[in-house]
Design a protein around this ligand. Structure first.
Ligand code: ZN
Ligand code: ZN
Length: 260
């Protein structure tokens, strides 16, 4: 299984997963015009995406899901409550993602890609994180979470590659340019994970399988790649996991492909 982050952050999120014959996207939150060159850069042609999994209805995750699914003739998998949203309406096929559920994509070869979903506390209900499993390898993608929860970590154990939100640094948010109401929303139990909260999730999720950690959904105003990476490396080091590679998913550039 191979993973490539095409975009990550509050302007749009999209991650490509290739497993055997299947190509799957998690979220399509950029406009089609901005997504197209990134798909091209990743070598994705017309009608090569088979499935699009959607984490939640916020536009930075769902904006182009339906339109892209139509172009790619892909099946969209999203929570039932999203199925009437404009962002997914044009999809040729819709399938339900249960909040704490499982699913499977079969391939002609007989092998399959499985997923496990876990409901997250976030101000868009429901929001889910996914673990994707293929041939004994696991990729976990978890962003847009308001507070750490052991229940979520328990469902998503064992990642070889973990993509985890490191949204904001507490001090930078406190002293930053955002209006107070927005600061309160981000900090709330249904907002986003601070670096310190992400460290708690990392401690719960990192295990002996983990070889690559991708820091995701970084705020461009209230965080820096350096500060977030330092926090992540500190936690990994305390866990004896200094060998784990730390990468930063970017809003503006396609990240290198990662073999899970
Ligand atoms: Zn988001
Ligand atoms: Zn969100």
């Amino acid at each position: 299984m191979r993973v490539q982050v095409l975009s990550s952050g509050s302007q749009g999120n999209c991650t490509l997963i290739r497993a055997g014959e299947l190509s799957v996207l998690v979220d399509a939150g950029l406009t089609l015009g901005r997504l197209r060159p990134r798909l091209e850069e990743a070598g994705v042609g017309m009608r090569t995406i088979d499935h699009i999994l959607v984490t939640h209805a916020h536009l930075d995750h769902a904006r182009s899901v339906g339109a892209l699914a139509k172009k790619q003739d892909a099946t969209v998998h999203c929570p039932t409550s999203m199925m009437r949203n404009n962002s997914v309406l044009r999809a040729p096929r819709l399938d339900t993602v249960a909040v704490d559920g499982r699913g499977e994509f079969e391939q002609a070869s007989g092998e399959s890609l499985h997923y496990v979903s876990a409901g997250l506390p976030h101000d868009c209900d429901p929001t889910v994180a996914f673990a994707l499993d293929h041939e004994g390898r696991r990729f976990v993608i978890l962003t847009d979470m308001g507070r750490p929860e052991q229940r979520v970590s328990d469902r998503l154990q064992g990642a070889h590659v973990l993509m985890l939100e490191f949204n904001y640094d507490d001090e930078m948010l406190a002293n930053g340019p955002y209006p107070d109401a927005l600061k309160r929303r981000i900090r709330s139990n249904h907002g986003h994970l601070s670096n310190a909260q992400s460290q708690v999730m990392l401690e719960q999720l990192a295990g002996p399988n983990l070889h690559t950690l991708i820091l995701a959904h970084l705020s461009e105003k209230n965080n820096t790649p350096q500060v977030a990476a330092e926090a992540a490396r500190h936690t990994l080091s305390e866990m004896g996991l200094d060998h784990v590679r730390v990468l930063i998913a970017d809003q503006h550039q396609v990240l290198e492909p990662i073999d899970v």
